[in-house]
Write a protein that binds this ligand. Structure first.
Ligand code: MDE
Ligand code: SF4
Length: 641
């Protein structure tokens, strides 16, 4: 049981109802029509579920430091009135909310802000297009003042605390690191001078908010940048921040340009807690651990072990706004766990789209996707228990329909069952566990190993039918493709075929990458991926693709792109043309992962019989299919019936 998680904690004069903060996430709703209303609904849904403190997305303290025009801002006096409805809504449900004071520095984009990008020194970031302009000493001081005024506005707007964003490689962090700060004035050079900017900001903020208002500082616990701040310096920095009257330290991990994954699925759970512990040992104010903590029991254990005083979870609140309520009520099996895929949250943000959640399409769509009870209970048959089908079944049952879901396989989850066996992707098990629990509790009839045909009694009984039968692997039309040592990726994922020493994969997209990792784990010695296009792992989102490419290289998986023509697939070799020359790669097993076709024949025949049928997911459109799209379509169709 939970002895500490729900034990209130006092931060300065503010009492928090639990030791979990919902970490800062830019969701992008504020840029939409009725943006504020949507943002309020988003935060309210979380605030009423036992979160100790919500931290907003970064609110720019000056326009040049903004993430873009659609990001939160707190640099104008108008912003005070603007944010009042948000703080009120959170307080109305007994929640607490802090505003994050944000300046992107060289991570800003001129194209998005309309201002020159600024930084301590004119050194460009490897992941940004603009060379920043070095701030003059006067501009540095003006920026310090801007943080102070922003804090004052935040307090006036009704926020319960402020968090100063000093990690992830943003402006303050750019000052603290010798890599990005090469100034020789009062704001750079020695360690003391590099951290001065952060300390002056805390001072200015404190002067503006008074002695009793909580100040959280999000400091970088580990830059993961070569030749950057040392561990020793990081501890000294923490001590100085404490002296400056910071009330709570939130420990960030890695910069956006770090070449080490910090929040992806392949990062083991709780991996970075020791970083917070090391800082906790150096200070006496409370310290928050973050990154890849997605399970309340783990959170409780971390607190009980004394490794940290509080826990930050961010994405887990997208996946399940009620995660803490469910933990409190001992209903862990009901938690929709964040699988750290980034596909609908951070990937969207980096594409300048609104964030949502792969496993919970309601996130960010609180106003749009509510559960409205049905007026007429119908008998619904869902054919195919992949991600789209199970979400449709869940929502239909929640709305009061009588639901049966059938699948020819022996488990629900469809292709999630492929993902979950890929090395480092076991988080997908949680999604399957969640749906299994929900379908059971909602009395959905689950018929496994049951192939539906047009004359199945279930078809006759159903008032309406949802076809979510998914996809079939596309078999490329190549000479030799019908040989007995050529199989589809499905055959491998379903363990119908053993791996061999030399494997050639035809295809280079996301499925092919997963397949390569799986085959490697199963003992394939030499794996070669072949494709026509040049860029491998395309289709994988921005935040994960670079790490996938890195992993492919690390695991010595050969990638040959730019193939103009496949010549033959013969036992022992695949030959092809590249740059006009013929090459050949040894192969005792060839696996194709080259696209998918909709598995939609049942739809056509049921339609012909005059049944009321709906089609979703890969069965409807196999191009660019992923679990995110399938679950979303399931969520939508189930609200239309
Ligand atoms: P791209 O087109 O794939 O690559 C361009 C070039 O950069 C290289 N690259 C990298 N080098 C080093 N380290 C990397 N991480 C990295 N990623 C790409 C590529 O190899 C390529 O080089 P080339 O091949 O041309 O030689 O990628 P991109 O530049 O379009 O985007 C890269 C990303 C920004 C997506 C990126 O680097 C990201 O994947 N980094 C990881 C981010 C991460 O995991 N951060 C940890 C926590 S997230 C967090 O704390 C908060 C995030 C939300 C803020 S919002 C703040 C307020 O709320 C995000 C808002 C961003 C707007 C300012
Ligand atoms: Fe977590 Fe993926 Fe949802 Fe983002 S999209 S909150 S990473 S499950």
């Amino acid at each position: 049981s939970y002895q500490l998680l729900f034990n209130p904690i006092k931060i300065n004069e503010l009492t928090l109802q639990s030791r979990v903060i919902m970490g800062s996430m830019h969701v992008g709703l504020e840029g939409e029509e009725n943006g504020l209303e949507k943002l309020i609904a988003f935060y309210k849904e979380r605030a009423k579920n036992k979160v100790g403190l919500i931290v907003t997305g970064g609110a720019a303290v000056c326009p040049e430091g903004s993430g873009g025009v659609h990001f939160m801002s707190i640099h104008k006096d108008d912003d005070v009135e603007y944010w009042k409805p948000l703080t009120k809504a959170v307080h109305d449900v007994d929640g607490k909310i802090a505003l994050q004071l944000f300046h992107a520095g060289r991570y800003a984009y001129k194209a998005l802000t309309g201002y020159d990008v600024v930084a301590p020194s004119a050194i460009q970031s490897p992941i940004n297009p603009d060379v920043p302009v070095a701030l003059t000493a006067e501009q540095v001081e003006a920026t310090v003042t801007a943080f102070g005024s922003a804090a004052k506005r935040a307090k006036q707007a009704g926020f319960d605390a402020v968090e100063i964003m000093g990690s992830e490689g943003y402006l303050i962090n750019q000052f603290t690191s010798p890599v990005t700060n090469q100034r020789d004035d009062e704001w750079g050079g020695s360690f003391e001078k590099r951290i001065r900017f952060s300390l002056e900001i805390v001072k200015a903020v404190r002067e503006n908010v008074g002695p009793t208002f909580p100040i959280i500082f999000r400091m970088s616990g580990l830059d993961l940048i070569e030749s950057s701040t040392s561990d020793e310096e990081t501890k000294r920095w923490a001590k100085e921040l404490e002296k400056m009257s910071v009330d709570l330290l939130n420990i960030g991990i890695g910069w956006h340009e770090s070449k080490v994954p910090t929040i992806s699925m392949k990062v083991p759970r709780n991996r970075f807690v020791p970083v917070a512990t090391a800082i906790k040992e150096a200070v006496s104010i409370p310290v928050i651990a973050s990154n890849r903590i997605n399970n309340p029991e783990d959170a409780e254990k971390i607190l009980q072990s004394g490794a940290a005083d509080m826990i930050s979870m961010a994405r887990p609140f997208l996946a399940d706004p009620a995660i803490l309520t469910k933990a409190y009520e001992q209903r862990l099996e009901d938690i929709n766990t964040c699988i750290a895929c980034n596909q609908a949250c951070l990937d969207h943000v980096f594409e300048l789209k609104t964030a949502s959640c792969l496993v919970n399409p309601e996130a960010g769509r609180e106003l749009e996707l509510q559960i409205v009870p049905t007026e007429r209970r119908k008998r619904i048959l869902v054919v195919g228990a992949g991600p789209g089908g199970i979400e449709a079944a869940r929502v239909l049952a929640l709305r009061g329909h009588s639901v049966t879901i059938a699948d020819q396989g022996d488990a629900i989850g469809g292709q999630l069952n492929f993902s979950r066996i890929v090395p480092g992707k076991s988080e997908f098990n949680e999604t399957i566990r969640y749906y299994n629990t929900q379908l059971r509790k909602l009395n959905v009839q689950v018929r496994l190993k049951h192939k539906i045909t047009t004359d199945d009694p279930l078809v006759h009984e159903a008032d309406e039918i949802i076809i979510s039968t998914g996809i079939l692997p596309r078999k490329p039309d190549l000479i030799g493709i019908d040989s007995d040592f050529v199989v589809s990726y499905k055959d491998i994922f379903e363990s119908r075929v053993e791996t061999k020493e030399n494997v050639v994969i035809i295809g280079g997209g996301g499925v092919a990458c997963d397949l390569a990792f799986l085959l490697k784990e199963k003992g394939a010695e030499n794996i070669t991926m072949l494709q026509r296009g040049k860029a491998f792992a395309r289709g994988i989102g921005k935040t994960t693709r670079w790490a996938t490419l890195m992993e492919l290289k690390m695991k010595k998986i050969r990638m040959i792109g730019g193939i103009s023509e496949y010549k033959t697939i013969k036992n022992n070799a695949v030959s092809f043309l590249q740059n006009g020359e013929e090459h050949s790669v040894p192969a005792d097993l060839v696996v194709y992962a080259s696209g998918q076709l909709p598995n939609n024949s049942l739809y056509a025949s049921l339609k012909a019989k005059g049944k009321q049928v709906h089609i979703i997911g890969g069965a409807k459109d196999a191009s660019e299919l992923d679990a995110k799209k399938a679950i979303y379509e399931g969520a939508i169709v189930a609200r239309k019936i």
